[in-house]
Design a binder for this molecule. Structure first.
Ligand SMILES: Cc1ncc(COP(=O)(O)O)c(C=O)c1O
Length: 378
């Protein structure tokens, strides 16, 4: 049996997405910047996809720009948001994805900003009192906090962050890469400057994403070149990717409630079964269904002997999951997220992340295999 439970890394593509992309590849090869019929036909396809994304997000098509994925969108929001608005102070959390952390650290190293990282609690929640304190003492600030942590699934209270940012007139980009697909976002009701999505996290293709830029937030391009994306991103568009992204997002929104119920049930079931069969098992991050991403479960196993071999052994058993080693020795720098929340460094940690394609039988198989491994290494 092969079980794919690494959906926070990437998801398998939906056959319906592959079908629309294939049709577009066959029929629509024109360059969307060409003014002849072949070009215009493809331009229309891109604008239709933009409208789909905008409608689902309750945004205007003018607020959606296609990118190469989540990393580029984060760089665009942070680099341009900071430079173009004369921002000198940024606040983030030590648990952000490297696409955010490394970008902000580079801006700090090059002397463009001073960077503060908020305290986080054992569940990975940033200290919002500290955020308010910093916002009150620093004018012209940017606050970058992710919606859901990709390793432990803990959700940030972005409504609260948005309210604080509005009160203190701070710029607020949120890395929403893990939650576009599983959750609805409404920038009309949330005061937010930038959000982003990556198609491969919700059964679309890799190498394509989008950034939402609030209509009141003006920035210059990150990539200079031609006039594509209304002069905001030079380079011939990834037409097939854009078509696939829009289709994948349409499907994710259409079936969101059913998928959420299905996946949350699997996660709860797996947690219960692990607790029953593996004494001493623990979970990293928030597992309260109201405060956590239902697609992610980070498990800390008691079998300390296994340590780094855990993922390898699961792979041999046909289970594709991700690491989350907190190890900080030798060449393995481990997970900054698990270290940041003070996870026990000697216990093997595994991130299981689920999608609509997972089944209860697969959860039983995981429990059986990790049970065997932990029994052998008790
Ligand atoms: C929270 C988060 N932000 C950003 C990214 C980067 O997205 P991409 O791989 O599309 O560049 C990821 C991908 O793992 C992610 O989980």
């Amino acid at each position: 049996m092969q079980v794919y439970v690494d959906n926070a890394a990437t998801t398998p593509m939906d056959p319906e997405v592959i079908a629309v992309m294939t049709e577009t590849m066959k029929n629509d090869f024109g360059n969307p910047s060409s003014i002849h019929a072949r070009g215009r036909q493809v331009r229309t396809i891109i604008e239709k996809a933009r409208k789909t994304v905008a409608t689902l997000l309750n945004a205007s098509p003018a607020e959606i720009f296609f990118t190469s994925g989540g990393t580029e969108a984060n760089n665009m929001a942070l680099v341009r948001g900071i430079k173009d608005h004369g921002i000198k102070y940024a606040i983030t959390s030590p648990l952000e994805h490297h696409a955010v952390l490394h970008t902000l650290e580079e801006l700090e190293d090059s002397g463009q900003i001073q960077l503060a990282k908020l305290r986080v609690d054992a569940l990975g929640r940033p200290d919002l009192d500290q955020l308010e304190h910093l916002l009150a003492s620093q004018p012209r600030t940017l606050v970058s906090l992710m919606h859901a942590n990709n390793e432990i699934g803990t959700l940030t209270d972005i409504e609260m962050v948005s309210a604080l940012s509005e009160e203190y007139q701070a710029s607020f980009p949120s890395d929403t890469v893990q939650t576009v697909g599983p959750f609805r976002h409404d920038p009309e009701t949330l005061q937010i400057d930038f959000i982003n999505g990556a198609a491969h996290k919700f059964h679309g293709p890799k190498g394509v994403g989008f950034i939402y830029i609030n209509r009141n937030t003006e920035i210059r391009p990150l990539l200079y070149g031609g006039a594509q994306e209304r002069n905001m991103r030079g380079g011939t568009e990834n037409v097939y990717g854009i078509v696939g992204l829009a289709k994948a997002m349409e499907l994710a929104y259409r079936d969101m409630d059913a998928h959420r119920t299905h996946i949350q049930q699997l996660k709860t079931y797996l947690m219960e079964q692990l607790k029953t069969h593996i004494p001493g098992v623990r979970f990293n991050g928030d597992t309260d269904p109201n405060n956590s991403l239902y697609t992610v479960l980070n498990v800390s196993f008691p079998c300390t002997d296994l340590s780094d071999m855990m993922l390898f052994s699961l792979d041999i058993a046909g289970i594709c999951a991700s690491g989350g080693s907190a190890c900080s020795s030798g060449s393995d720098i481990g997970s900054h997220v698990l270290q940041g929340i003070g996870a026990e460094l000697d216990r093997p940690c595994v991130r299981f992340s689920f999608s609509k394609y997972n089944t209860r039988e697969e959860m039983d198989y995981i429990v059986e295999k990790v049970g065997e491994l932990c029994a052998q290494h008790a």
